[in-house]
Design a protein around this ligand. Structure first.
Ligand code: THU
Length: 132
């Protein structure tokens, strides 16, 4: 995996973040098992609660174009502070990406790599929906 390339893609995406209310511009780059990369940015709403994070945008873009296996996601903030994924994003990433690698980056040489299971232990998922 080209971790630095993925971080660069996430950072480049922050240019398109729509964060007029928080000013906190986030970019994500999701690496699919077939090598394709989908980027996402946060898109804020005037009603605040309808805001969507960069990670979910990247995942929904990939799912909506038929990707279904994922390897890693890089997340970076334009202001170079750490941006761990919010709880909602952790759940969605687990639902569709299972235990992918999460790369939290300040820049391409300053990052932390962890498994999603470390960020979301004892996760709920579709396994709990199956009854006999
Ligand atoms: N944000 C993300 O895009 N990803 C996260 O995991 C944390 C938060 C965005 C949402 C909102 O637009 C801004 O950062 C401030 O919370």
């Amino acid at each position: 995996m080209d971790v630095q390339g993925l971080i660069r893609a996430a950072y480049a995406a922050t240019l398109h973040a729509r964060a007029p209310y928080s000013g906190f511009k986030v970019g994500a780059a999701l690496l699919c098992a077939d090598g394709t990369v989908y980027t996402g940015v946060n898109v804020e709403s005037s009603s605040y609660g309808l805001t969507i994070c960069a990670e979910r945008v990247a995942m929904f873009k990939a799912l909506s174009e038929g990707r279904d296996k994922f390897q890693a996601i890089a997340i970076i903030c334009a202001n170079r502070t750490w941006c761990p994924p919010c709880g909602a994003c952790r759940q969605v990433l687990w639902d569709w990406g299972r235990d992918l690698d999460v790369i939290l980056a300040k820049d391409e040489n300053d990052y932390q790599l962890m498994k999603l299971s470390a960020l979301l232990p004892h996760a709920f998922d579709n396994g709990y929906l199956i009854h006999d």
